[in-house]
Write a protein that binds this ligand. Structure first.
Ligand code: C5P
Length: 302
């Protein structure tokens, strides 16, 4: 592609995920702290007379789990942005996926955020940030965070995000699985397991304090995911992965979002490499990711 624009977008973990009883619209109220981790998809847009999407996956991404062509979240992002400005959907979009699919890492949301930013540039729309965040929220609960990046407090159904102070430089070991988990299935199991969930989910004070202090041990103690019991109920073997990671020296392991990816917070980059090295022979893919990292950003090529 000539005149192409590449936008790099990170995966997320939820350091804290408080989930309340379902709202009348079926979504669950969330009180969450997102953190963007150094695992990325690249979305590249270039000019074309028609509309084309090409999705490429790296080795550890299950291509068979991708939605069918035309029904991808990047198609929806393109249509939504174009409708907002009254322009035609035109261009060639390539998605290079390194974030595992249906993994609880918001890979699809990252692609939607990347498509919004790349097409905004390609079509020279100069959409104001507030409009872009609102469009992102219409595409999915995690899409606004993929724009914002860093560490952020999320409320509503997750789409209302505000950056929070984060003095740490954190290291995660990430263990994804080829067979994903469906987010709606995990929320349904949450409803079955927690029929008395509060209307207002409990908040993440301890996590916010640990981020502000850059205190990795305090953060390890404070990590919490209300969806973890539901994910473990659907995939009991994930408990063994968490235990193995902690045994290998991870300070704390947890399920990322709705799972099935297991993430382990480590005390340093060296400790993360040691934990990953210990786990690597037992699992298909073991990755290391620093955090926090920037949200959707242009990649400038020489
Ligand atoms: O917003 P998103 O498209 O990521 O949500 C996917 C599905 O996850 C929703 O259709 C819903 O079943 C569930 N969900 C939910 N409450 C949220 C976010 C997602 O029930 N806050």
């Amino acid at each position: 592609m000539t005149n192409e624009i590449t936008v790099r977008v990170p995966a997320k973990v939820n350091l804290y995920l408080g989930v309340g009883a379902p709202r009348p619209d079926g979504f669950h109220p969330l009180d969450t702290v997102y953190q963007a981790i150094g695992l990325y998809d690249d979305v590249t847009a270039g000019p074309a007379d028609d509309w084309r999407v090409d999705v490429r996956t790296s080795d550890h991404v299950a291509a068979e789990a991708l939605p069918p062509a035309g029904d991808n979240i990047v198609d929806r992002a393109a249509r939504l942005l174009a409708a907002h400005h009254g322009v035609d959907v035109r261009g060639e979009l390539r998605v290079d996926k390194d974030i595992p699919v249906a993994a609880g890492l918001a890979g699809g949301s990252a692609d939607a955020a990347g498509a919004l930013v790349a097409l905004d540039r390609l079509w020279q729309l100069e959409t104001p940030d507030d409009d872009l965040l609102r469009l992102a929220g219409e595409l999915g609960s995690d899409v606004p965070f993929a724009l914002v990046g860093g560490s952020a407090h999320g409320t509503g159904r997750g789409e209302l995000v505000h950056r929070v102070p984060d003095e740490g430089g954190w290291w995660w070991v990430v263990v994804p699985f080829r067979e994903g988990l469906s987010t709606p299935d995990v929320y349904r199991r949450f409803d079955q397991l927690h029929p008395d969930a509060p209307v207002v989910p409990t908040g993440p004070l301890a996590v916010l304090g640990a981020l502000q202090d850059g205190d990795v041990r305090a953060l390890a103690r404070a990590l919490h995911n209300d969806l973890q019991a539901a994910a473990l109920d659907l995939r009991p073997e994930l408990a063994d992965v968490i235990a193995a990671g902690e045994e290998a020296g991870g300070l704390r392991g947890m399920v990322s979002g709705s799972g099935p990816t297991v993430v382990l917070l480590c005390g340093s980059g060296d400790e993360a490499r040691q934990v990953a090295g210990t786990l690597a022979p037992s699992y298909d893919t073991v990755l290391i990711a620093p955090a926090p990292v920037a949200g959707a950003h242009l990649v400038v090529r020489a």
